[in-house]
Design a protein around this ligand. Sequence first.
Ligand SMILES: Cc1cc2nc3c(=O)[nH]c(=O)nc-3n(C[C@H](O)[C@H](O)[C@H](O)COP(=O)(O)OP(=O)(O)OC[C@H]3O[C@@H](n4cnc5c(N)ncnc54)[C@H](O)[C@@H]3O)c2cc1C
Length: 90
Amino acid sequence: MHAARLMAYDCAWKLDQGRDVRNEISMLKVFAIESASELVDHAMQAFGAMGMTREMPLSLMAGRLRTMRIYDGPSEVHRMVVARNLLGVR
Ligand SMILES: Cc1cc2nc3c(=O)[nH]c(=O)nc-3n(C[C@H](O)[C@H](O)[C@H](O)COP(=O)(O)OP(=O)(O)OC[C@H]3O[C@@H](n4cnc5c(N)ncnc54)[C@H](O)[C@@H]3O)c2cc1C
């Protein structure tokens, strides 16, 4: 969470300066959502059956995070954007 927050602050700071942050935003989106998904998955595993119930918000979070890996550009496409920028390929 700390790393994702720092990445978001970095993007916001660069945006304020009028810089092009599309590459950083792609990195942030993949990193934040995939880290959060992994975290929620571990939490569900730790809570066992309890983690699947509606008494806990975990399955709701997992569903929302799964959707976030698709909209606003799926992770695969953001990874491709970052790779193209790193390699200097258009
Ligand atoms: C809840 C929700 C809200 C949305 N809100 C909006 C909105 O407000 N405005 C809007 O414009 N759109 C919105 N969308 C659409 C969303 O942005 C698209 O669904 C998303 O970009 C994926 O496009 P697609 O569905 O055509 O899937 P596709 O592009 O067909 O992707 C399907 C799969 O193929 C993979 N894939 C695609 N291209 C490549 C590639 N070149 N290399 C490797 N893998 C690839 C993807 O990663 C994905 O896993 C929303 C979608 C959802 C689910």
